[in-house]
Design a protein around this ligand. Structure first.
Ligand code: SAM
Length: 301
């Protein structure tokens, strides 16, 4: 930790300790500063230190505030997302309830790692994720890259339900319209089927960045995705979004079919160089690729 960061954490801790021991009103605590500090890699350590200085403080253990006060404090504290972990509820089966979206796939982990290493691609931007599944990539991006807004999307009812749960589990709220701009990422979960979505619905998102992980597993699915990409290129009121598609190369055809169709549609693409930071445990031997697409001009759907 840099000396100035350490100083910031120490004064934040002191502020929590003094206010808690004096049983000051909870809104007077420096929650906003805490949220910012928790986004740093040492977020969990700071949370633990706050617990030690408040509910576990020797004075508090002997002569603590009311149980109700401590409970309200703790429930506010655990709502704060810490920057170094993502908690997920997901299925143990690869396919369940007729969908592949209830479990996290390797390409999602790979794309999350790439994003964490390249936060500038997402910071302060509106990100639309297609086929979010359990939500790992998006949650990692929300915690590590500070997008302005993040729209998770999927077509499957059960996947959407699990996704909403996972968003809440990680301390983000899902209010459709937040009246006050809190400065943190505005997170939404949208029902979006690539076979049905219209250009006007896509246009409403006004995404600066569009991402998708492991969505090229059937030819029909790839074609549906291409339909959306072409619409996205045509419907933007501002400049076309940057698009990143990550996929596991399961056979020689996986990427080839996609890139052939991209070429046919006049969508330029390039393969991103592999990143160096490996954070997650996944099949090391599986080849995973991230393509960056340049959506320019009119493509017609
Ligand atoms: C293999 S899973 C990948 C999930 C997640 N991105 C990951 O990598 O862990 C594919 C996801 O795409 C979604 N999907 C498939 N076809 C879709 C369509 N036509 N419209 C929207 N989502 C679709 C599925 O519901 C599923 O969540």
């Amino acid at each position: 930790m840099a000396p100035e960061d350490h100083e910031g954490a120490t004064s934040l801790l002191q502020s929590f300790e003094r206010r808690f021991l004096a049983a000051r009103a909870l809104p007077s605590f420096p929650w906003q500063s805490l949220e910012e500090k928790l986004r740093e890699p040492s977020g969990s350590a700071l949370l633990l230190a706050i617990l030690q200085k408040t509910v576990k403080h020797p004075v508090c253990v002997q002569h603590g505030p009311s149980v109700k006060y401590a409970r309200c404090f703790l429930s506010k504290l655990i709502q704060k997302p810490s920057g170094d972990s993502v908690t997920l509820s997901e299925s143990t089966a690869i396919v369940s309830h007729g969908t592949t979206g209830l479990v996290t796939w390797d390409a999602a982990l790979y794309l999350a790692e790439w994003a964490i290493e390249n936060p500038a691609a997402f910071t302060d931007r509106t990100v639309l994720e297609l086929g979010s599944g359990a939500g790992l990539t998006g949650l990692a991006i929300c915690k590590a890259c500070y997008p302005r807004a993040y729209i998770f999307s999927d077509c499957h009812a059960q996947v959407l339900e699990q996704l909403r749960g996972n968003v809440l589990l990680n301390g983000f709220s899902l209010e459709p319209h937040t009246p006050i701009d809190t400065g943190s990422t505005k997170v939404t979960v949208a029902q979006l089927d690539w076979d049905e979505v219209t250009a006007s619905q896509l246009s409403d998102f006004q995404a600066d960045v569009v991402i998708a992980a492991d969505v090229l597993y059937y030819w029909e699915v790839t074609l549906s995705l291409l339909r959306v990409l072409k619409m996205l290129a045509d419907c933007q009121r501002k400049s076309a979004p940057d698009v990143y598609v990550a996929y596991t190369v399961r056979s020689q055809d996986t990427g080839k079919l996609f890139t052939t169709e991209l070429d046919r549609a006049g969508i330029y693409w390039e393969e991103m160089p592999p990143h160096t930071g490996k954070l997650f445990a996944y099949e090391e031997h599986s080849a995973i690729v991230i393509l960056k697409l340049m959506l320019t001009g009119r493509h017609g759907v």
